[in-house]
Design a binder for this molecule. Structure first.
Ligand SMILES: Cc1cc2nc3c(=O)[nH]c(=O)nc-3n(C[C@H](O)[C@H](O)[C@H](O)COP(=O)(O)OP(=O)(O)OC[C@H]3O[C@@H](n4cnc5c(N)ncnc54)[C@H](O)[C@@H]3O)c2cc1C
Ligand SMILES: NC(=O)c1ccc[n+]([C@@H]2O[C@H](COP(=O)([O-])OP(=O)(O)OC[C@H]3O[C@@H](n4cnc5c(N)ncnc54)[C@H](O)[C@@H]3O)[C@@H](O)[C@H]2O)c1
Length: 461
């Protein structure tokens, strides 16, 4: 006999991502009854701490600390064991922190809509329905596997998740796509001792960045031994026992490259297919994202979508900011919107990292702005001995400054510590702090921030 447990809550959250859990905590702290449904017991806390940012950045750290005398396979297995230990601690912490609250419950199972106010989890006797006047969808994104003949069925296909967990270091990794995810895994695995090839469809890496910056980043990656092939049109994957052969066309010629592991890194798509959004009357875009307004309200005003699932930029801190917008709707003044975001920084965690914010030189010139550009190789920045003290002097710093107002328009920092100092530049842009003020500030020594003393000086005269 089919039975259903019917639960109610003030707010229902579907998916344990950054935005959903942040909102869930704030709402329970405000005495709301919250139920959060997460499909997998391996994903409490969502993508970032389990299979995304945290494991990959820990792997960057491990890969960079490998010594020549370390056995590659053993060192790698110990590294992923370290990652598994940390992620399981974070996972348990995420679960306890929320489920342990008096007014919060975490239910494990895949949720799908029954009607605009109700979702169901489980089957038969285990079926639970949850009904709530307000629903937050935070189901994240998943990898796109491009429709290349032979790829989806290849036994050597490996996901980014598996690459953060496996104990086996692949001998030859081919990464399809040279975006954020592809380049980070390429850099990590090359340093662990794998032979890595990146096949990128575009004519160069990092199309969104200025060409000179992309060129230095490409030189660094290639200098580390990664084979980078741009302008590659992948046509087929053929499998032959121990290896896959990837066929691609470049400049009118057909080439092949062999792989023992094959990572598709050609983008991620919103997870909406199994949510039965039609039953809730929630509209999606052609890419499957939940259609939202600037307040993150879906086509059903009581249903909000946060994080990757709403088709916005796929970063943890954007999902976090989505939570601020939704909380402002539910408990605040209802004014905060996605349009309030300015100077959102990004970091590509290669070594050294590439952090960017604001406008590129190319875009500023295309807009006809009167700009000054300061660009200095990290090795040449006398005011930044930190690069020498940690023996990482590769890279370049570039700032785009409005020549009329002295305001900073953008920055690209390919440098040790770039993931930290970019936040100071972003803050300066947001609060109209001028290039002169950044140049003339007092910074700790030796630090990377003190490069500002010198690099900004080059555009201020
Ligand atoms: C390898 C990798 C590295 C990354 N590195 C960085 C980085 O360094 N910095 C950065 O800012 N971003 C990084 N990102 C991107 C970042 O991880 C994502 O943008 C972010 O985690 C998205 O969070 P979210 O809130 O949208 O949801 P997610 O954290 O993706 O959570 C969604 C949750 O919903 C669950 N779910 C899905 N469907 C259902 C359902 N039907 N019922 C119940 N639960 C469901 C999923 O299991 C998942 O736990 C990385 C991503 C990857 C893949
Ligand atoms: N450090 C970080 O913040 C970080 C790290 C990893 C991932 N992420 C997030 O995850 C998202 C997904 O990452 P991603 O790298 O998969 O996507 P992406 O969109 O960043 O890059 C995809 C790349 O694949 C290329 N491509 C597309 N189709 C191709 C094909 N058929 N053959 C060869 N190349 C092809 C594209 O030209 C592009 O360069 C990122 O956009 C980012 O938002 C962030």
């Amino acid at each position: 006999m089919e039975t259903t447990t019917a639960l109610t809550a003030d707010v229902l959250v579907v998916g344990f991502g950054k935005g959903g859990k942040t909102a869930a905590h704030a709402l329970t702290d405000a005495a709301k009854r919250v139920i959060l449904i997460e499909q997998s017991e391996n994903m409490y806390g969502g993508t970032c701490p389990n299979v995304g940012c945290v494991p990959t950045k820990m792997l960057v750290h491990y890969a960079n600390s490998r010594r020549l005398e370390d056995d590659a396979q053993e060192f790698f297995a110990n590294s992923t064991a370290g990652v598994r230990a940390l992620t399981s601690t974070f996972r348990a912490g995420n679960f306890e922190a929320l489920d342990g609250k008096d007014t919060a419950t975490v239910i494990t199972g895949a949720a799908s809509f029954v009607d605009p106010h109700t979702v169901a989890v489980g089957e038969g006797r285990d079926r639970i329905t949850v009904t709530a006047p307000t629903i937050l969808i935070n189901t994240g994104s998943e990898p796109i596997v491009p429709a290349i003949p032979g790829l989806a069925d290849s036994p050597h296909l490996i996901s980014s998740t598996e690459l953060t967990r496996t104990a086996n270091l692949p001998e030859r990794l081919v990464v399809l796509g040279g975006g954020y995810l592809g380049l980070e895994f390429a850099a990590i695995y090359q340093r662990f001792g794998t032979h890595v090839t990146v096949l990128e469809a575009a004519d160069r890496l990092l199309l969104r960045e200025d060409e000179d910056i992309a060129e230095v980043a490409t030189e660094i990656l290639a200098g580390d031994g990664i084979r980078i092939i741009t302008g590659a049109k992948i046509t087929e994957v053929r499998d032959d026992g121990a290896v896959s052969t990837i066929m691609y066309e470049k400049d009118g010629q057909t080439h092949t490259v062999e792989a023992s592991a094959l990572l598709p890194a050609t983008g991620r798509k919103p997870v909406t297919a199994d949510l039965r959004l039609d039953a809730a009357g929630v509209r999606t875009t052609p890419t499957g994202a939940i259609e939202v307004d600037e307040y993150l309200r879906s086509s059903q005003p009581h249903i909000y979508a946060l994080g990757d699932v709403n088709g916005g930029e796929q970063f943890t801190y954007i999902s976090l900011d989505d939570a601020r917008i939704v909380l402002d709707q539910l408990m605040g003044e209802g004014k905060r919107t996605t349009a309030d975001r300015t100077a959102v920084p990004h970091t590509l965690f290669i070594t050294p990292p590439l952090a960017t914010v604001g406008m590129t030189e190319t875009r500023a010139r295309a807009q006809g702005l009167n700009i000054k550009v300061s660009r200095e190789k990290v090795a040449d920045i006398i005011a930044m001995p930190r690069a020498y003290t940690v023996e990482e002097t590769r890279g370049v710093m570039k700032f785009i400054v409005d020549a009329d107002t002295d305001l900073i328009l953008g920055a690209a920092l390919l440098s040790i510590d770039a993931q930290e100092i970019i936040n100071t530049v972003a803050l300066a842009i947001r609060h109209n702090i001028t290039a002169t003020e950044l140049r003339d500030s007092i910074y700790t020594h030796p630090s990377s921030t003190e490069a500002f003393n010198e690099v900004f000086d080059k555009v201020i005269s």
